[in-house]
Design a protein. Sequence first.
Length: 359
Amino acid sequence: MNEPSSAWPRDVVPHRRLCLAADMEQYSRLDTRTQSAVQSRLVRLLDEAAALTGLDRAAWARQPQGDQEFAVLPEATPEAAVLGPFVHHLAARLGALNARRAAPRIRLRLAVDTGVVADAALGHAGPAPVAVARYANAPQLKAVLVALTSADLAVIVSDRLYQDVVRSGHPDLDPAQYVRTHVRVKDFGGYGWIRVPNYGPEEVRPAVEGGERLAARTGAAHPGQSDRRRPLPVRPPGRRRRPRRLRRHHPRTAREPPARRPRPCPVTALRGDGTQWADFGVNVGGDVHGTINIYPATSTGTAAQSRDERARSVSATRHASVRSALAALARACARAMAALSALSAAGPPRPDRRSDDID
């Protein structure tokens, strides 16, 4: 029988180590000279924080990556010291550096995880280095620095470290200061806990939730959801689709004629008493004022005859009204002429003579 193949080569011995990655925010916006300067300052910050914590930076397996430093710590490194005092001293030294006006501001995203690590030709291999790189690029962690503009450091730890170390009751670690989130970057998915030094969870949580909504809109959303995009449908050969422009300007003859709206019909009858009448089922319109009486519905055979009779009645009524108005106008004109004649015959009015007038 053949021996089962091992997941690791024979000359590679994996170990469980603590891994961390410190990534600078908005590094690509700097010019070449400033990038070189902030790289040197980042190394000095990590050296000073490790020295104040009592950690030996010379024993770290460091892998510089331009705007980021990935490091694998020795096996004997106390995890609580890294999550507690090291983070505290790093935030303090970072704040002191950014307080100088002449120096460019440095803002860091720090990711920490523990797991299996093995040396490889290009650095390190294993699930822990991959997880740390994905945690450092989490949209939620970036959103925290965007929302909290005065913060200089944002830290995210894996769920494994949170459960095993942060919740162990260490005096330098407070579990209530961490905010849980689900990180999904590329093919990686896992829970992490975010903390911002000098900020409470009530200030961090809205920024984390905003980062989760942003990740959901960009396609890397929730656990179990694949970030692979759905492939485009393939159209079978031999079938050509008419261009959208030609379909939009299709001739109207091929379409059904639109239904015509009913046109307003004026009042068909106006009686001498001022009442208004209209046929049943017609649109009288919005220009008619007052009460309108509707004729009852008639059969199809007598509808035309009824309309003709009503039209003749309307014409006769209108002619009679016109004749009456003209006769009244003629009488008024005759009275006016008689009054004018009487005034002309009487002559101009004489002025009244007073008794005290002198001849």
